[in-house]
Write a protein that binds this ligand. Structure first.
Ligand code: SAH
Length: 363
């Protein structure tokens, strides 16, 4: 791993080591060029040319992801990026521009081991953890993209600035805990995104939730619940056989009491699976006792799971039930469905356009 370290993996100390013999202020010049101007080593014009050349040939000062494809929709307001890492692993991130914010959905792993039945990444299986640098690089690439796209509209200070990060791309962030924490630290302290504007979404890895609370990381926490009893949930989210609902709810109470922050539950609406009033009632009890917000996600179709999403009427009835039982509920506005960029659709599809590994395997 050390051998394939890239520029966004480097700490100030790593840079100091690589610069042995150079004056100390060079470290700041490099750091500034990487994070404040986003120009990397090649753009570090304050460095002597020979040093700049030497460093730019050093693999640890190079980027690690190559953009191999991008797709846009919603009149350019949703962009999906497909990257290849140095070992050929493919990952995706999705940039969404809204009126007063831009949000990036980042990947924490190539593939995912959690096997949630309705999720395209779960269907493709696990390849490997991403390094902190590979996570941060997705953020920096999006920051640069925002700067370039909106460079002419500086009048509105909020427009186009990358403001929010959600760990809702490929992978289970709490299964890659140490790299996640390193990446969050950089995204917050070096890239400059407020900690409260960073959301970690988890399938419900109980020890990870407890650690996040104990270490006072300060991010927003979203839990992918999808089922309000063990039977329903373990069918959809197999890891809940290890971390059952009672222990998950207990961990949520702990997180809230430690952090004094509200959590949210995500719930993909699946016809005949988890959209009954019985499920709504159980969910309302859980969410109410935690003061949690519920985010209902219209199910996005994936090739490996043939259940259909709930109808709009059904989703609204479900939302109304929750609301009338005191639970703040939103219905997520799905972005990027037509470019396979919506929630749970990320599965590194390219080359054979629109086909995922699962479909290819069926051929
Ligand atoms: N591993 C993390 C991040 C996954 S993606 C987690 O489980 O939270 C973010 C959200 O999209 C999760 O709530 C996930 O359950 C949801 N999701 C996955 N596949 C989906 C699909 N096909 N339709 C709608 N939401 C989906």
């Amino acid at each position: 791993m050390e051998k394939s370290r890239g520029i966004y993996d480097l700490s100030r100390e790593d840079i100091a080591n690589a610069l042995a013999g150079e004056p100390k202020y060079r470290q700041d010049q490099i750091w500034h060029s990487i994070y404040s101007t986003s120009l990397g080593i090649e753009g570090a014009s304050t460095l002597p040319k020979a040093l700049r050349l030497k460093l730019s040939e050093d693999p640890q000062f190079k980027t690690q992801l190559e953009e191999i494809e991008r797709r846009q929709t919603d009149r350019g307001r949703t962009i999906k990026f497909l990257y290849a890492a140095r070992d050929g692993s493919k990952i995706e991130s999705v940039l969404m521009h809204y009126k007063s914010r831009s949000t990036l959905c980042v990947s924490s792993q190539a593939g995912c081991a959690m096997k949630c039945v309705f999720c395209a990444t779960g269907q493709m299986g696990f390849k490997r953890h991403l390094s902190a640098g590979e996570i941060v690089e997705q953020v920096m690439a999006a920051k640069i993209e925002c700067q370039n796209t909106f460079k002419d509209s500086i009048s509105s200070s909020k427009t186009g600035r990358l403001s929010n990060i959600v760990f809702m791309g490929m992978g289970e962030p709490l299964a890659n805990y140490d790299k996640l924490i390193k990446a969050i630290d950089k995204i917050n302290n070096s890239v400059g995104i407020g900690i409260r504007h960073i959301t970690v979404s988890t399938v419900g890895i109980v020890p990870g939730i407890i650690k996040l609370a104990d270490e006072e990381v300060g991010v927003k926490l979203a839990i992918s619940l999808h089922g309000a009893d063990d039977k329903t949930r373990s069918h959809l989210v197999p890891i809940s056989r290890r971390y059952g609902l009672d222990s998950l709810i207990e961990a949520c109470h702990y997180y809230i009491s430690k952090t004094k922050r509200r959590i949210s539950f995500e719930w993909a609406m699946m016809s005949g699976i988890n959209d009954s009033i019985d499920q709504a009632e159980k969910l309302a009890n859980i969410a109410f006792s935690l003061g949690a917000h519920v985010n209902l996600i219209p199910l996005n179709p994936t090739p490996g799971y043939l259940v259909v999403g709930s109808s709009r009427d059904r989703i609204e009835d479900f939302a109304n039930y929750l609301e009338s039982n005191g639970v703040a509920t939103t219905i997520r506005n799905t972005r990027g469905n037509d470019i396979a960029a919506a929630c749970g659709q990320l599965a590194a599809t390219n080359l054979e356009v629109g086909k995922t590994k699962v479909e290819l395997a069926k051929k």
